[in-house]
Design a protein around this ligand. Structure first.
Ligand SMILES: Cc1cc2nc3c(=O)[nH]c(=O)nc-3n(C[C@H](O)[C@H](O)[C@H](O)COP(=O)(O)OP(=O)(O)OC[C@H]3O[C@@H](n4cnc5c(N)ncnc54)[C@H](O)[C@@H]3O)c2cc1C
Length: 324
């Protein structure tokens, strides 16, 4: 309880529109299918309820983590001691000037389908990226040479005290980074996207073509998080490493971490049910009933192999929940 406000976690049950559950296995809320129980799992589609819950939780002092669809999460086998809060409000609305207002809980694929059907260009290459729009902004998700930073006009978020709005440049987007990764207590509520007029049929055809390719690489039933590690920005690699990277593996200024992982024999590595794909060294999946302990052990092993051989750190793209 927060002595100043007198608010406790029990106050959550007074907020209409919240679905509150106790002792919820997070394996059911992550694409990896891994993770122990959360003390409390609270979900809502209503922004007002979400904000009220954030305020109560903040004042209670209880630890809290926000999740979307759980497609980029590794949750510890011990679960999470605190509140896991999920906002699934997903309204989308076209605004004048090829803009779209979208809530953070909108499924990204629904947003791709909405924008392409409305003849709005800019999201079609993001087809097949699992998860919600809020998390896609948080991690500047992207694919096929494009990412969220190109289309985000402004973002509304709760900063722990008040709702604020910041513009694209203030979000400080970088490769798979935004200001929200550095301010974990800033919670995205909605965004306005700036798209361009396009031909709906052509955009839908592009999106369908990419989705086919992606479904082969990441079968929809695969328990994984997409790429585990970020790629490297070529310019940021030490000169001696740059000199060893063949020119044809550099794509849009990045060297896939899979290339480095291939050099250290990562493909096919296994520990229990945790497997590194034999066709892609930066893809780790849970082949059955894998554990977070095995998953993090494989990640540590791959990181140490790459650092040992090249002297460069591999940085995770996935986000951890429930680890100290
Ligand atoms: C098969 C597969 C393929 C993938 N391919 C790609 C790809 O091509 N490109 C790519 O970029 N990613 C890819 N990913 C990763 C993943 O889809 C993205 O990271 C996605 O944006 C995660 O969305 P989510 O809703 O599942 O977020 P979660 O995994 O639930 O959460 C991710 C992070 O976002 C934070 N977060 C969630 N919602 C909010 C909010 N409202 N405000 C603030 N923080 C929030 C969470 O706290 C957490 O740290 C792939 C994943 C899978 C499983």
């Amino acid at each position: 309880m927060d002595p100043a406000s007198g608010r406790t976690i029990q106050d959550l049950s007074d907020i209409p529109g919240l679905h509150i559950q106790t002792n919820v296995p997070l394996s059911g809320h992550t694409r990896f299918g891994i993770g122990g129980a959360a003390d409390l799992f609270v979900e809502t589609k209503l922004e007002a309820a979400f904000l009220s819950a954030l305020r109560v939780i903040r004042h209670s002092g209880i630890p809290c983590v926000i999740v979307g669809a759980g497609s980029n999460l590794i949750v510890s086998d011990a679960g999470y001691r605190g509140v896991v809060l999920k906002f699934s409000g997903g309204t989308m609305e076209e605004l004048p000037g090829s803009k779209v207002h979208v809530q953070a809980g909108a499924v990204l694929q629904s947003l791709v389908d909405f924008t392409t059907a409305h003849g709005l260009q800019g999201m079609e290459t993001m087809t097949g990226i699992p998860g919600f729009t809020g998390a896609a902004i948080y991690g500047n998700a992207g694919a096929y040479g494009h990412s969220m930073h190109e289309i985000v006009d402004s973002v509304r978020f709760f900063d722990g005290n008040a709702v604020r709005k910041i513009t694209n440049s203030e979000v400080e987007f970088r490769y798979r980074e935004s200001i929200f990764k550095r301010h974990k207590d800033w919670i995205i509520l909605s965004a306005v996207l700036q798209l361009r007029p396009g031909d709906a049929a052509a955009l839908q055809a592009t999106s369908a073509r990419i989705l086919d390719i992606r479904n082969q690489k990441y079968p929809p039933s695969m328990k994984c998080a997409g790429s585990i590690f970020k790629n490297y920005l070529f310019q940021q690699l030490p000169a001696d490493v740059q000199a060893q990277v063949p020119g044809n593996v550099i794509i849009e200024g990045k060297v896939p971490s899979a290339w480095f992982l291939d050099q250290v024999g990562a493909r096919g590595t296994r520990l229990g049910d945790i497997h590194v794909a034999d066709y892609h060294a930066n893809l780790i999946y849970n082949a059955g009933s894998g554990s977070a302990a095995d998953l993090t052990a494989v990640i540590r092993d791959l990181k140490s192999r790459v650092t040992g051989r090249w002297g460069i750190p591999l940085e995770e793209e996935v986000q951890y929940v429930g680890f100290d």
